[in-house]
Design a binder for this molecule. Structure first.
Ligand SMILES: NC(=O)c1ccc[n+]([C@@H]2O[C@H](COP(=O)([O-])OP(=O)(O)OC[C@H]3O[C@@H](n4cnc5c(N)ncnc54)[C@H](OP(=O)(O)O)[C@@H]3O)[C@@H](O)[C@H]2O)c1
Length: 255
């Protein structure tokens, strides 16, 4: 039976690799979102019949986001099994909090934190629609070690890191809410946050410069490697992985 994936932010970076690698398997039905069809050349060039591209901006009002998902009635008639919410923004964050301005804070919170709540709310009717005997329902939020509180990552992540810390709390709250769901498959669903590694993408360029300059011993990986590792984790998830933070290396850690 087909497994249907819904992935946000797939026109480039790690999100593109999720869409590419998952749609290589013809048993997967992949719905991949982008802010603009025009920017989704690489996705379109894959030209796969099991890959459906939907325009979706997580900074839009919730009602617009719900409207944007109407094509899922056609692309995912039995609902969505696995959500990978990957889209995020990270701009000009290598600086002390003292220098962050309100517009930067608002943008990062709007996309990375509030946007994640709206993604969950908008996709929920499709994700909760129907139990698929092939897989548990899974909801993956791509977070970041930059949002850890207990294991504070010693690198300046200012407004980006704090927006991911807010996301981590949102993930835990969603997992908590599901425990009292009326739907058995939602009670048993697996919700988790993942750190995809330090990955060579546009987003991480400034961080990689800092890591290199300070000679931190942190592996730097490609988008292909990151998506490959996270997909393996997603496929092996078990019920007790619900409500956890996992790194791309498969280590369960503190938040
Ligand atoms: N790269 C790393 O080292 C690293 C480390 C830790 C965590 N992460 C996380 O991994 C995820 C992917 O990051 P990446 O490195 O692949 O970043 P990236 O190359 O900058 O890609 C970000 C993606 O998010 C999309 N996006 C941004 N704002 C959006 C919005 N308002 N609505 C919808 N989509 C939006 C972008 O679309 P546009 O092209 O339209 O801007 C793009 O597709 C993010 O959640 C990031 O926080 C990355």
């Amino acid at each position: 039976m087909t497994i249907t994936y819904f992935i946000t932010g797939t026109n480039r970076g790690i999100g593109f690799e999720f869409a590419k690698q998952l749609s290589e398997d013809p048993n997967n039905n992949v719905i991949a979102t982008t802010r603009s069809f025009a920017k989704a050349t690489a996705l379109k060039d894959l030209n796969r019949s099991n890959l459906h591209i939907v325009e979706y901006d997580v900074a839009s009002p919730l009602e617009t986001m719900k409207q944007d998902l109407l094509p899922l009635e056609k692309y995912a008639p039995d609902g969505v099994d696995v959500v990978i919410h990957n889209a995020a923004v990270c701009k000009n964050t290598i600086k002390p909090i003292l220098q962050v301005n309100e517009a930067e804070l608002n943008e990062h919170y709007a996309v990375n934190a509030t946007g994640s709540v709206k993604v969950y709310q908008a996709i929920f009717p499709y994700w909760s629609k129907k139990f698929n005997p092939e897989t548990a329902k899974k909801f993956i939020f791509i977070s970041s070690a930059g949002g850890w509180l207990t294991n504070f990552f010693p690198i300046p992540t200012s407004h980006y890191g704090s927006s991911k810390a807010a996301l981590n709390h949102i993930v835990r709250h969603i997992a908590f809410d599901h425990k009292s769901s009326d739907l058995d498959h939602i009670q048993k669903s697996i919700v988790f946050a993942v750190h995809p590694g330090v990955v060579e993408t546009d987003l991480a360029d400034p961080y990689i410069a800092v890591i290199t300059e300070r000679n931190y011993q942190v592996p730097i990986i490609t988008s292909e490697e990151s998506a490959f590792s996270v997909i393996k984790i997603i496929q092996k998830l078990k019920e007790d992985d619900d409500d956890s933070f996992i790194t791309y290396e498969g280590e369960k850690g503190t938040w």
